[in-house]
Design a protein around this ligand. Structure first.
Ligand SMILES: Cc1ncc(COP(=O)(O)O)c(C=O)c1O
Length: 486
């Protein structure tokens, strides 16, 4: 195929050239009805290209195959058999993928360091999760992805499991051994779904970790807005092989997805694919070089340490994304939350995740020497400022293994059944009815259906006073918890 083409962008240009007059949504009619105060902030372009797929971008019967062609170009570019665009984030893609591989009340192997959208998929899909636990590193207080042998053991104990869901890379940039896990899954005849939300750039540079489709995964979903140039919410599914039927995946996406997918998002996806095919190598080369330089410079700052390649070894991570820079600030005597807040307020610099001892930043193809220079300089400033920061209450992280709770009830029943709200100190021994996910990274500490232990409660209680954000729990302050009614 001609990778220099960009069918969605070309069709938007044709719409503009034709000067179509629309009597269909969106009601702003390519910006004509926009309040000037909105225009002043957002500009014209966002509205002039915000058009319908049907009877605008394409004809009524979609005979131009505009979006289909863009998807085919993306599939060819990354070596997938099929690619589908989605405009509801990987949060929806992961749900569609899980519905496609595991019918209600079947068993599904899930890496327990999953994002909350995966646990939501388990709840909505009504499946029994077989949690494959990550390796909790007690020194770093970090979970490393499960390994092929962990998956083999889970499949041996649960031969009726329908599929496996693996997360790689994590929000901390650590990668799983996707090749090894897919081999084990395929030996047992089950498909592997990889949530590669953070790995949209991997297919376009061989110096980055291997990506799922190239090493045997059956379905890979990725958020192109996270590390690529997609607009927020844009996500892509890739399929390889015949273990998951494209029509099944498409039907499941159709069950959940919007009937008004944003053409703007499709356009940005289309442009990103063309850019990466044509210029990905040099752009990502430059990003990698800058990230390596930033890593060295930050590691040399007293009080900061960078999560480096030392974590790439058996029992830990199988690989690491050099573009995700995780800065440990523990030696400063302050938390990652405080460093993130200071940087936002005083340096107007926004970081990615922050936890009780770290912050993470991402370098992408979009950075230049000025942006990364400012990053390093701002971290030097926050180190100096940290001496005057208030000493906050500490988070009490759980011991290794303490997060491996027993699922005693179908998560769907726990979530939708009768529940009650109890003070946190009374929740020990009860069954969780809600998700409780410190955010970011949004990995649930508690999932519906899990038996709650006092150690986990102690950890959760210590979080909010230290600055931890728990947006999904009914009571984010963790004074109460929603549990299954007895
Ligand atoms: C591992 C993982 N999967 C899925 C998602 C959801 O992606 P999105 O924000 O595109 O809905 C996230 C979001 O942070 C994530 O970290």
């Amino acid at each position: 195929m001609e990778q220099s083409r960009a069918p969605v962008l070309e069709a938007i240009s044709a719409f503009h050239r034709r000067g179509d007059v629309s009597f269909n949504p969106p009601g702003h009619k390519q910006g004509r009805g926009i309040d000037p105060r909105v225009r002043e902030v957002l500009g014209d372009a966002v509205f002039t290209s915000d058009i319908l797929s049907m009877n605008a971008l394409d004809d009524r019967l979609m005979r131009g195959r505009v979006v289909e062609q863009a998807q085919e170009l993306m599939a060819e570019a990354v070596g997938a058999d099929h690619t589908f665009f989605s405009t509801c984030g990987s949060s929806l893609s992961v749900k569609s993928a899980l519905l496609a591989v595991a019918p209600p009340e079947s068993r599904l192997l899930v890496s327990r360091n999953a994002h909350k959208s995966v646990v939501a998929a388990v709840v909505l899909g009504g499946v029994w999760p077989v949690w494959v636990h990550p390796h909790f590193d007690g020194d770093l207080h970090l979970s490393h992805p499960p390994e092929p042998e962990d998956v083999r053991q889970a499949l041996t104990e649960h031969p009726d499991a329908r599929a496996m869901l693996l997360i790689s890379p994590t929000d901390y940039g650590t990668c799983a051994d996707i090749a090894g896990v897919s081999e084990v899954c395929h030996e047992h005849g089950v498909p592997l779904v990889v949530d590669e939300a953070w790995g949209a750039h991997f297919p376009f540079h061989d110096g980055l970790p291997q990506w799922g489709v190239s090493v045997g995964a059956d379905v890979v979903l990725t958020s192109v807005h996270k590390m690529g140039s997609g607009l927020e919410q844009s996500s892509v599914f890739h399929l390889r092989g015949d273990r998951v039927r494209p029509s099944t995946l498409r039907a499941c996406e159709d069950l959940l997805g919007t009937t008004s997918a944003s053409v703007l998002m499709f356009a940005a996806l289309d442009g990103w694919r063309r850019q990466m095919v044509q210029q990905g190598r040099p752009l990502l080369d430059a990003a990698i070089r800058r990230a390596e330089r930033v890593r060295e410079e930050l590691d040399a700052v007293p009080g900061l340490s960078i999560l480096g390649r030392e974590i790439v070894r058996p029992g830990c991570a199988a690989d690491q994304d050099v573009l995700k820079i995780v800065v440990d600030v523990r030696e400063l005597g302050v938390s990652g939350y405080q460093v993130a807040d200071w940087l936002h307020e005083h340096a107007h610099l926004n970081v990615g995740l922050a936890d009780h001892r770290r912050v993470a930043v991402q370098i992408t193809h979009a950075d230049d020497d000025d942006t990364v220079g400012y990053l390093v300089q701002s971290f030097r400033r926050v180190v100096t400022a940290s001496t005057d920061m208030e000493r906050m209450p500490e988070v009490r992280p759980p011991r290794p293994g303490a997060l491996e709770l027993e699922t005693v009830m179908l998560p769907r029943d726990a979530f939708f059944g009768a529940s009650e709200t109890v003070p946190l100190e009374k929740a020990g021994g009860r069954v969780a009815a809600e998700l409780v996910s410190p955010y970011p990274p949004g990995v649930p500490v508690l999932a519906p259906g899990e038996r709650i232990t006092s150690e986990v409660l102690d950890y959760l209680a210590s979080g909010p006073p230290a600055g931890m954000l728990i947006p999904d729990a009914a009571d984010g302050s963790m004074r109460t918890l929603r549990v299954v009614a007895e």
